[in-house]
Design a protein around this ligand. Structure first.
Ligand SMILES: Cc1cc2nc3c(=O)[nH]c(=O)nc-3n(C[C@H](O)[C@H](O)[C@H](O)COP(=O)(O)OP(=O)(O)OC[C@H]3O[C@@H](n4cnc5c(N)ncnc54)[C@H](O)[C@@H]3O)c2cc1C
Length: 456
């Protein structure tokens, strides 16, 4: 065997698997294959001046490379079983929470010390939410911020660099089984290993689907979340964000009884674009460093869409809606809440005169031409509900960017060890469909590493 363990993907799942393997069993020969760049070479060419829109790089530096999709994220590690994935369904709630806390200690040891841990325990905001038909989910949130998150990744990489063989810009093409393990095929060469951990994230979803087909690994898929990113003056949400940083609030619409939730809240942050397989959607982040803060807070409002048989392509549905916004706006569309309510598009003039200054240069337009009515109605209902706990949310000047789509990878059939039907082949992180967050993906990496060490 070339390696005891090969890890595919250097996102949080892959990184924490490698970290734990080398920490607990230094003699193991471990390699990590990553289709993107090393951390310091990850640069998105969009500078807002010369290059304003996505130029579809061969490897997207926002989503790929050391650190995975999380590298330039807000670095919010949510320590909870209430959202961020269903890891607990496989490994149990106590184990999942304890691994997320363990990941937190590793982050603190690698540059994250001094960052704030927020918590919903004992907050009065829960009652205020309930009084207004909103539910605040329980969580502790470690906010590293984009800047500290980068430092943590840099420190972990420098610790692993000499112990693990990293192959950057080396996408794995396929995997075949051998009598004693697996063959990992890249464009130039084939490598052998006893055990293989796949952690390819959201960007690897299509690849994962192909591998599951090739290896006859069962999968399920029926959910996509669609919505917008809301941007408003940070002071309007300060009573929530100062205490909780990120509040996950759920609302059930009166019209359709759909669930709408807040997602990825970025106090004093910026709205950014995201490229998934060539489709430009919207996201957000913020910095821990007060000097890099803006006057705005942004968060997503997402409507969960579950499909029933015979429809199977939930991600395809989300992609089509995102494509529609790309077709109309060349990328992300921005619209004032007041314009939506008046049934008119936003124009450059109206955005220019708006009290809330957008942090992302997006095309002023009409989101009602993009989002299905049911989803749009859910978002508007939720904005009015939030207006009761954070007055001003439903102001005319509130900005809505679209579309934000949360693609869920199909859920791969893995057992309580996160192992497929083939012993030694593990699928973890967002690519498995089991996790959807930094903390759950990282915890799944540690968990599988511990399973491998214990089984040796
Ligand atoms: C802008 C943004 C902000 C976010 N903010 C937060 C946040 O604040 N908090 C939070 O909890 N979550 C956040 N997320 C989500 C979070 O980043 C992911 O949940 C997390 O990164 C998943 O980790 P992962 O290891 O499973 O996959 P990823 O991080 O997606 O990493 C997978 C890696 O595998 C590589 N890969 C894919 N296919 C192959 C192949 N065939 N061969 C080799 N390599 C391959 C990819 O290049 C990638 O680097 C954010 C995401 C984005 C995009």
């Amino acid at each position: 065997m070339d390696y005891d363990v090969i890890i595919i993907g250097a996102g949080p799942g892959g990184i924490f698997a490698a970290y734990e393997l080398k920490k607990k069993s230094p003699a193991l020969k471990v390699a990590v294959f990553e289709s993107g760049h090393r951390l310091e070479d990850r640069k998105c060419p969009i500078d807002g001046v010369k290059i304003k829109n996505c130029v579809h790089c061969k490897s997207c530096s926002i989503m790929s490379g050391f650190g995975g999709a999380g590298a330039f994220s807000d670095g919010k590690y949510n320590i909870t079983n209430d959202f961020g994935g269903t890891l607990y369904e496989h490994i149990g709630k106590d184990e999942a929470l304890s691994l997320m806390k363990y990941v937190d200690t590793i982050n603190l040891e690698h540059g994250g010390e001094g960052t704030k841990l927020y918590s919903t325990t004992n907050t009065n905001l829960k009652k205020i939410c309930l009084q207004n038909k909103l539910q605040l989910l329980d969580a502790s949130v470690r906010h590293l911020g984009t800047d500290i998150n980068y430092i943590v990744l840099k420190e972990i990489y420098s610790e692993l660099e000499s112990k693990v063989d990293f192959f950057f810009m080396t996408p794995v093409d396929s995997i075949t089984r051998t009598s004693g393990g697996f063959e990992i095929h890249t464009a130039d060469k084939t490598y052998t290993c006893g055990k293989c951990i796949i952690s390819v994230g959201r960007i690897g979803s299509k690849w994962m689907e192909r591998i599951c087909n090739d290896l006859d690994i069962p999968t399920r898929s029926n959910r996509v979340d669609i919505g917008v990113r809301v941007e408003l003056p940070a002071v309007l949400f300060a009573h929530l964000t100062d205490e909780l940083y990120e509040s996950k609030i759920v609302y059930r619409t009166e019209k359709f009884e759909d669930k709408v939730r807040t997602f990825c809240m970025n106090p004093y942050g910026s709205v950014v674009t995201e490229n998934t397989n060539g489709i430009v959607t919207v996201n957000g982040h913020s910095f821990e460093d007060p000097k890099k803060r803006t006057d705005n807070t942004n968060f997503a409002l997402l409507v969960a869409k579950h499909f029933s048989e015979p429809f199977k392509d939930s991600n395809g549905y989300g992609e089509s809606i995102a494509r529609l916004s790309n077709m109309l706006g060349g990328g992300v569309i921005v619209q004032r809440f007041g314009d939506i309510i008046r049934g008119r598009r936003s124009t450059a003039k109206r955005i220019g005169e708006n009290f809330v200054v957008p942090t992302l240069q997006a095309e002023p337009g009409d989101l009602s031409l993009v989002l299905p009515k049911r989803i749009m109605d859910g978002i508007l209902e939720m904005i009015y509900a939030l207006d009761k706990i954070a007055p001003g949310t439903a102001n005319d000047d509130t900005l809505l960017y679209g579309v934000e789509v949360k693609f869920y990878n199909m859920e791969v059939d893995v057992n309580e060890n996160l192992e497929t039907r083939y012993p030694g082949l593990y699928i973890i992180g967002d690519g498995s469909g089991v996790t959807h967050s930094l903390s759950h993906a990282s915890a799944s990496g540690v968990y599988v590493a511990q399973q491998i060490i214990d089984s040796d």
